[in-house]
Design a protein around this ligand. Structure first.
Ligand SMILES: O=C(NC1CCCCC1)[C@H](C1CCCCC1)n1c(-c2ccc(-c3nnn[nH]3)cc2)nc2ccccc21
Length: 233
């Protein structure tokens, strides 16, 4: 078999992931809301916590559709969701930022985010990531697979059976490698660049706790689900 040829079972696997990814999309677009007007830090933080809460719920539903996930040890299932939730939020935010918009809208969106209440020091790493994701012009299959691969990362904290997670992540990496060759024939390095984004995503993970508490405002309100997932309050 040609090493780049996608087999029938890989195509079926990809369809399951893509169908789940499309079925579990975020409710109404946050970017549109932000383009309408500049909100206060408190309103923006509320918007973020609402969006992030619904995104976690969407993420759980999507993850349950990844073949093999539900047969993992239950505590490991939780560890994988907890370990990837923040990265999934930034990946989804990057995709929201990179969505094709009428000219000038992306600049307005960037301005709104810069003035949203997040402290300056996190703007550079965050926008560097958003722009590096945007430059990749990922097709939907790649976005769906990259999200599934991020969730199925064996070395998350508290994962007991890392081999079992590796066995689920490897087939997805193989499909992604073939998809990259298929959709980006002129860029042999494309697959490597895509995986490089996952490393950049982990660094945003490290910033996240500080980022959260750096919002210029006084009383922080989180939903119970975010307290669980973000280890806050
Ligand atoms: O709502 C959002 N993102 C949702 C997108 C869909 C999945 C769930 C998260 C936030 C906006 C909230 C309101 C103020 C402006 C930013 N957002 C962010 C963003 C900003 C700061 C943190 C953060 N994390 N910890 N402290 N701050 C996370 C995400 N990046 C975005 C890029 C494009 C569009 C929206 C974007």
């Amino acid at each position: 078999k040609e090493k780049f040829e996608i087999t029938k079972e890989q195509q079926d696997f990809m369809n399951v992931i893509l169908d789940a990814y499309n079925r579990h999309q975020i409710p109404p677009d946050v970017a549109k809301k932000l383009l309408q007007e500049q909100y206060s830090a408190e309103e923006n933080f509320l918007l973020l916590t609402e969006m992030a809460t619904s995104q976690v719920q969407v993420l759980v539903e999507f993850t349950k559709n990844i073949p093999g996930f539900l047969s993992l040890d239950h505590e490991d299932q939780i560890a994988l969701l907890k370990g990837s939730a923040v990265e999934a939020t930034f990946l989804r935010s990057a995709q929201a930022f990179s969505t094709k918009m009428p000219s000038g809208h992306t600049e307005v969106l960037e301005e709104r985010i810069r003035k949203s209440g997040i402290s300056e020091e996190f703007m550079t790493p965050m926008f560097n990531f958003y722009k590096s994701i945007g430059e990749l012009h990922m097709v939907q299959e790649e976005q769906a697979l990259l999200t599934a691969i991020t969730i199925m990362t064996p070395d998350r904290p508290y994962v007991k059976d890392q081999q079992a997670v590796e066995r689920l992540q490897e087939p997805m990496l193989d499909i992604l490698r073939k998809l990259c060759a298929l959709h980006h024939p002129g860029e042999p390095q494309y697959f490597a660049r895509l995986l490089g984004r996952l490393t950049e995503l982990r660094t945003l993970n490290h910033y996240h706790a500080e980022m959260l508490t750096s919002w210029r405002m006084n009383d922080y309100k989180f939903t119970p689900l975010l307290c669980e997932i973000w280890d806050v309050q």
